[in-house]
Ligand binder design. Structure first.
Ligand code: CTP
Ligand code: CA
Length: 223
């Protein structure tokens, strides 16, 4: 009965979810990436869909398949993700779960880099990528609710609280992605929800359970 009552709470709402890593090309055959599997973003998209939302799912090259029943926009680079996010607006809410590369290679080669026979390895020049979460939080049309993640390896709540203010989003889900937590690439997550009122640690649980709890919170906030 509670499932029947809960279903459809996001009917008529459009929610944008970003997920997965991005790949930043070095040359046509090489790239820089990160360890994000896309599992948490995928679970969030599925949970929002289950509450009846229309979900636009902008995903980098993830290692888990996108959920059925959402509008999938597959991208490679952070710049492509930023453009896809802009094109997906307006939305009632946005959840930015992607592990966006902070830097791209400034001038990726158009041909495969070759060893030149010298003993000097090549140097890579980086350029900073646009902060998609900050752009959505400060842009127009702004979703009523903007949720970010904060991947930290130390001083998790402190760093994430500062991040929320810096980016201008409403909520941040902070998580400790230190290798010893096993969270990046694992099935569980331990997050702290940070909003204007403070920090609420959630118990460690499956990524699906985190997603359902977040989707319920979003439905409450948009109600
Ligand atoms: N994010 C984004 N665009 C970027 C970088 C990050 O949209 N270019 C989003 C992520 O999707 C996440 C949030 O910003 O929701 C925080 O990402 P995180 O990497 O933790 O924060 P950064 O601001 O990049 O700070 P740093 O990596 O230096 O800790
Ligand atoms: Ca980052």
């Amino acid at each position: 009965i509670s499932a029947a009552l809960g279903a459809g709470r996001l009917a008529g709402r459009h929610v944008l979810v970003t997920s997965g890593p991005t790949h930043e090309p070095i040359d046509p055959v090489r790239y820089i990436a990160n360890r994000s599997s896309g599992a948490q973003g995928t679970a969030i998209a599925a949970a929002l869909r289950d509450l009846g939302a229309r979900v636009t799912f902008v995903t980098g090259p993830a290692s888990v398949p996108p959920p059925p029943g959402v509008d999938v926009v597959a991208v490679g680079t952070a710049a492509q993700m930023a453009a896809a996010v802009r094109a997906a607006l307006p939305a009632d809410a946005a959840v930015m779960a992607a592990a966006v590369a902070d830097w791209r290679i400034a001038n990726p080669g158009t041909q495969k880099m070759k060893k030149d026979g010298s003993d000097r390895p090549p140097a890579l020049d980086f350029a900073e990528n646009e902060d998609i979460l900050a752009a959505v939080s400060r842009g127009e049309p702004r979703p009523r609710l903007v949720v970010g993640f904060a991947a930290e390896t130390e001083k998790v709540v402190e760093h994430a609280t500062a991040k929320r203010l810096r980016k201008g989003c409403d909520w941040i889900l902070a998580n400790d992605v230190s290798p010893e937590t096993g969270i990046m690439g694992g099935a569980e997550n331990a997050v702290t929800l940070i909003d204007a009122n403070g920090a609420e640690p959630w118990p460690r649980m499956g990524k699906d359970a985190v997603a359902r709890r977040l989707a319920e919170r979003i439905a409450n906030a948009l109600a």
